[in-house]
Design a protein around this ligand. Sequence first.
Ligand code: NAD
Length: 498
Amino acid sequence: MSVPNDGSIVGVAPSATPGVSPSAGPAVLPDADQLVRVPFERLRAAWRAQTTPPDVKARLAVLAKLQAWIVAHQEDIAKAISADFGHRSHHETIAAELALAATDLQHTRAQLSSWARPESRATFWGFLPASSRLVRQPLGIVGIVVPWNYPFQLAVMPLTAAIAAGNRVLLKPSELTPRTGELVRAMVKEVFPPDQVDVVTGGADVGGAFARLPFDHLFFTGSTSVGRMVMRAAAENLTPVTLELGGKSPVLVHASYDPARAAESVAAGKLLNAGQTCIAPDYVLIAPERVDAFVKGYERSVTQMYPRIVDNPDYTSIINDRHYARLDALLADAVKKGATVKQINPANEAVGDSRKFFPTLVLGATPDMALMQDEIFGPILPVVAVTSVDDAIRFVNDNPRPLALYYFDDDGARVENVLARTTSGGASVNATLYHMAQHDMPFGGVGASGMGRYHGFDGFRTFSHEKSVFYQTRLNGTASLRPPYGKMFGALMKLFVR
Ligand code: NAD
């Protein structure tokens, strides 16, 4: 497969309809609903035809194959993502796409046998000697919708969990990362039979049709606005959803914490993938007397990490012109409303056609500015002065619940206080981003930043039905619970109702 400069992909259907392979045949190409319906029906037919779902051994074998494919295709994956972005740091792809996906696969493969074992639960004494068990079984056909910002990892990690739980999967990559989408399609073709996992590609129309399919579970990663549409469509089929959404993740820096140290961590978290990260620090709340030191520390950290920006292979481009213009417009709006903008351009470079957006600090941001209302999703960082921790907490709580919250403070009691008084999907203390890389902790949002969770065991649970099973014994006392109600029934009820 080759990728010409115009962004189209040679090797898929020459006519423009996305997701239709040349073998699909008819001159009149199917509309979005048909496009997604065909592979969905194939998966569903295979699900219905199977006598039992794949056992743990079969799941482990296919997960091992998936892991081997990723290890063998690291360079192809990095190249495809970089071509989709214009430029994506190779190191960032290795760490944030491949290492995350591979270590999650390792963790899943090591733990799957114990996760899949039925779990003994207490039986209420009135029913003894019966026993009770929680049995986790696959849900059936799972839909996974993928965004563009980590187009490989955000396909593979939910896929890993869904397959570990024994499901069949239909994946939809983002139309903004077509090369990675085609690579994911190639991966799926090589690793899985077509009636176990399949891929459909396309934009909003295909996404809309996809969300209307009667999946047994729909797993969506993307924006809050599209998440709303997905949930509305899924409601028609009573399809349960996991929504991994975005939002504005705040950073709170206590006045006693070294602002330069905080700035180092915030800059690293903010500039990974040029800020196009769902849990990127969105804005900073800090004491007024610490703003200057934070700004200096941030500029120093950026310069150390990226002495050059445009020329630097480790600084990632903005995904497309539309998003670049959106970031420019956020700054223009902030300036118009009185903010001061500090662009960090250590080597005094020109952007040219690189689509690299210089790291930028915004001072004096106010709530009426668009960049304090919308998720920034780029390397712009507003630094807002707040006079106390209470004010910072109020600020956070006056806004929709964020996906992540970062608090910098060495005082353990204050840390617990801030965590207790704020609600976010996850949090890191004295660090940014790292809570999401812990495979034994669930990852997900709350409120406007999403619902549901995955990673590790929590991903396995998301894609499993947890069935409560009661096992009766031949000898038991439950006859007394049936009419005609006798003395034993009365005595038992007296014991229960008290
Ligand atoms: P998006 O919502 O625009 O698109 C996401 C996916 O949904 C794409 O595949 C798109 O084609 C599809 N889609 C579009 N319209 C649809 C519809 N009507 N029905 C169903 N699917 C539809 O998001 P994006 O711009 O690709 O990604 C950026 C957003 O994703 C940011 O808000 C970011 O914070 C969020 N995000 C969240 C996480 C997380 O784990 N919580 C991770 C990465 C990104």
